[in-house]
Design a protein around this ligand. Structure first.
Ligand code: CO8
Length: 213
């Protein structure tokens, strides 16, 4: 699938924040951020990324109500992903829930970190909803890394309905923060950590912790 070039979300509003407003970190990279090369271990362009963890709500095949999103490595620091909205993902009648769509963007943006071979977690995620997504629609998502600054990885994504050239329904920008393996082993539920670490499949064992589950 050839994804479209992602354009950053249009700015909304202007001027100083209102008194009492919470000022959040930006998801647009600073001017001195760099776009590094792909990691040598990164999957080749066109390679399916598969699921990093069977029970992941975003991509796990063993999560019956999950999104079961499938992503493919693109050229450079880009990925494309597909997600079919199920009846269990409804918000309003016959329409996808906005939080579920945001999860699809989070998951796709998270897979970008595989191209850098760096474990990272979402620090901030911004989403613009541009049009409603029907409950049985297929969402085509194209995501790319827009800059790296220290431990901070900036990325952007666009989701289209029905195909890579379909109407844009959702746009997102994110800031991921690089973390060490201890982030998961220290904070995760012990029985799940143990089960993942005990998996006889070495690849599955390493991938569960390679990028944030
Ligand atoms: C294939 C995989 C797909 C996965 C898709 C799903 C991904 C997810 O949903 S991950 C789950 C949701 N996210 C989380 O649970 C993260 C929870 N937060 C944390 O664990 C911590 O706050 C963490 C790790 C992000 C940062 O903590 P810490 O390592 O102590 O970093 P810290 O030293 O405070 O900050 C480092 C830098 O990041 C910035 N930063 C930290 N947190 C945030 C944040 N939430 N938003 C924006 N910037 C942040 C800091 O300002 C700092 O910037 P600078 O270097 O310029 O000073």
């Amino acid at each position: 699938m050839n994804g479209p070039v992602v354009s950053p979300p249009a700015p909304r509003g202007s001027g100083e924040p209102a008194a009492g407003a919470i000022v959040l970190s930006p998801t647009t990279p600073p001017a001195d951020a760099v776009v590094p090369p792909r990691a040598p271990e990164a999957p080749a362009p066109g390679a399916p990324l598969g699921s990093h963890y069977d029970h992941c709500f975003g991509c796990g095949p063993q999560h019956p109500q999950g999104l079961q999103l499938s992503a493919v490595a693109g050229e450079g620091l880009e990925v494309t992903a597909r997600f079919t909205v199920k009846p269990s993902h409804q918000g309003g009648p016959g329409l996808a829930h906005g939080g579920v769509l945001t999860t699809a963007m989070d998951e796709t943006l998270g897979t970008l970190n595989w191209l850098l071979h760096t474990p990272a977690v979402t620090g901030r995620l911004e989403t613009d909803f541009l049009r409603p997504v029907p409950a049985d629609a297929e969402l085509y998502i194209h995501a790319r890394i827009t800059g790296v600054h220290g431990r901070k990885i900036y990325s952007a994504a666009e989701g289209r309905i029905g195909g890579p050239d379909g109407p844009v329904a959702i746009r997102a920008q994110a800031l991921f923060i690089q973390v060490k393996l201890e982030h998961f082993t220290k904070h995760g539920r012990p029985e799940d950590i143990k089960q993942a670490l005990d998996d006889a499949d070495l690849l599955k064992r390493s991938r569960a912790f390679e990028v944030n589950p």
